[in-house]
Design a binder for this molecule. Sequence first.
Ligand code: LLP
Length: 382
Amino acid sequence: MEKTYFPLDRMRAERTPFYYYDVKLLDNTLETVRRTADYPGFHVHYAVKANANPEILKRIAASGLGADTVSLGEIKAAIDAGFPAPKIVFAGVGKTDEEIAVALEYGIGCFNAESEPEIEAIEAIAKEAGKKAPVALRVNPEIDAHTHHYITTGLAENKFGIPLPMLERLIERCLKSEWIEFKGLHFHIGSQVTDLTPFKILCERINELQDKYKGIEFASINVGGGLGIDYDDPDKNPIPDFRSYFSIFHENLKLRPGQQVHFELGRAIVAQCGSLISRVTYVKEGIGKKFLILDAGMTALIRPALYQAHHKIENLTSTSSEEVVYDVVGPICESSDTFGTDELLPLSKRGDLIAMRSAGAYGEVMASSYNCRVLPGSLFSR
Ligand code: LLP
């Protein structure tokens, strides 16, 4: 029922490469999130970093989610799309004075602070503005999320969060401050987490901390994002298993009365609704190899080059029943500009439309103009 339907006539009229978004799938995903996160005190934010396309943001804002941001640019994009400022949280290890001042002025819901000098900067800026800043502390929980090393964030060696041994002193510092309203604790263990066990371990770690700091009020616990998706079979699993994900937190987190739990999901919300659509520029014969050279490269979708990620590749227009093995590559002058090696695809020809599936998250938003390429556009289902 959820299988993505590609409107080929509309696609043929578009300049490639572009991102195609199945907005019905996005809406169904959002509806599933709403239904499965319906536990007392649960608040879901969308991690804007996954996809900041204004149309996508508007739909997500309209569904009632909050926003998780990491720069002033993202805060502005979220506000423009209709997210109310109090539902915006602001994370990141390097918030600048300007970003802090403007976010404070907007009245965002929470700064997730990651270091002592950042707490000092927030305090000084709040004092100058005469306005208390809502602050939670991002804790480095030292949990291995078993994901690609570029996207794990909760290990002691990562730059993210406050190391556990420093936490108590910094909580005290926030509590003493006249210019900080201390909100609670923030965590994020990593991204594309498909085995849910690390989330259970996170709950246990949070329970231990809540026991340790019994006398301290944590109005909110933010558990971050990270729920992974099925890159191999997007049509079989178009909507991630949000039910199991949220129930892990419901069952394992020992919340105090009235305590809020915040989530910051990016990939799980937008990945499956997006595909990168490109055309075959050439079919090239190599020595013992055939290359499909596309007009999209790592500048349109950098995940394969950067994380050795694999997106399912489909030829949308070939009518051939013959199958051929190809290396599917882009036009960029880098060897890592490869989407797949030894891909079994229907016999393909110059001009065929190729879809790179599950590209709605960290796709369009990470595109660059390296080699002076034009940024990919976007097309939406009706
Ligand atoms: N919260 C924080 C503090 C984060 O750092 C992230 C992602 C999220 C939430 C959202 O995580 P998600 O639910 O999307 O897993 N570009 C990489 C992923 C980088 C993720 C960075 N942080 C990729 O293409 O796989």
